[in-house]
Design a binder for this molecule. Sequence first.
Ligand code: PFF
Length: 467
Amino acid sequence: MSTDKVSVHGSWASRWVFILAATGSAVGLGSIWKFPYMVGVYGGGAFVLMFLACIALIGVPVMLAETLIGRRARQSPANALKVLALEAGHSGKWSWGAFAGMVTALLILSFYSVVGGWSLDYIIDMGRGDFQGVTPDQVGAYFGNVIADPWRLTLWHTIFMLLSAVVIAKGVVAGLERSLRIMMPLLFVMILVLLGYSMTTGHFMEGVHFMFDFHPEKVLDGLLPAMGHAFFSLSVGVGSIMIYGAYMPKNSSISGTIVGVALLDTFVSLVAGLALFPIVFAAGLNPSEGPGLMFVSLPFAFGNVAFGQLMGVVFFVLVAIAAWSSAISLLEPMVAYLVERTKVSRAWVTFWLAFTCWFVGLGTVFSFNIWKEAKFFVNEGGLFHLYQWGAAGGLDFFGVIDFFTSRIMLPLGGLCFVVFAGWVMGREAVRDELSIRSPVLFALSLFLMRYVAPIGILVVFAAQLWK
Ligand code: PFF
């Protein structure tokens, strides 16, 4: 029986450690950096509502599917799909879907590490007191200077990548638990402290309205980005949660655990948004400013309150740790796969993969400075150019990778996993692995995986085409 399988990469000591690791993977730059700026760009309430709906109806079922596939097969995503498909009498080619997911994870890591590097940079800047008493204009200019310097970005990108690779090389199971046990709760506390601060700015309700007032005309614009971000935020669609599921102890309940992780992640995103926007409004910043939003608004706040310098350092240390624990989960699926498939040691595999991601990440580094004018997919008055230097529209290199991964590959990966768990694995295998006692809850889980999530993904894609 497949339930007796053991992972060669080790396993978590308990269900609690899985929760810690999965939360560490889910909570990261996606909640603290990306969610607020996307809410800003896509106009507030409609985006938030779509995001929440996508988390509940699509993200959670996909997460459930990934975890149960991983735990049943106890191998890297590509091998897991292959083994389980063959066991169920289907084609081993299902593994290609998971393989595409693992490559997507590496592409995400390439830019994730660059932004993780910004947080490292800001720890030092905060500690030096660079933001003491700054005006909003000065913080904006400061961030502009940071990203205009390719050497500076490359340095921190390199350090961030190295820090992630070290843990992976040693083996995730050994390295993660110790670091996350204290840091994750601290991060929650720190974000709540920030929320407390934003309530004193006099602009709190403005922030609440911005995040929750619903404007139906904005729904279609934000739908695909919201779905993509739901995947990104929960770390699903690429095999990260699947590989963590593969290290999950046998007798722990999957559904309750997954819902808990999803709730924590969503909670952090919402609180981060509620903490940030009042500061943005108080400082007179532009909410649709894009990727710089957090790196401009928060230093302004820290620079202008008592003990802000210390709090700022602590905050950026925690953000860096949250980013680092997510980065690890992006690298682990492919590392596990190559360790299973080749005779090469974990350390070497990690080194080469991290190096490759680092190299691709240079494209993101340069998007903010020397390649700023390099634009892809430019639509100029109905005329389409694949590439054009200096065009007004189009996407830069970072934009292309972000678009391709979040909007296309993550949802497709999620579709593959959820259809696999719902239709390919077989009802009994799923029932056995989920071990839900209540028949109603089991039926609901299966219904979500079989119908709601796949149809939901297809509907969002279709709405985008029809728009
Ligand atoms: N969920 C992480 C975040 O929100 O920062 C990012 C991420 C990790 C995305 C792992 C995808 C993934 F597989």
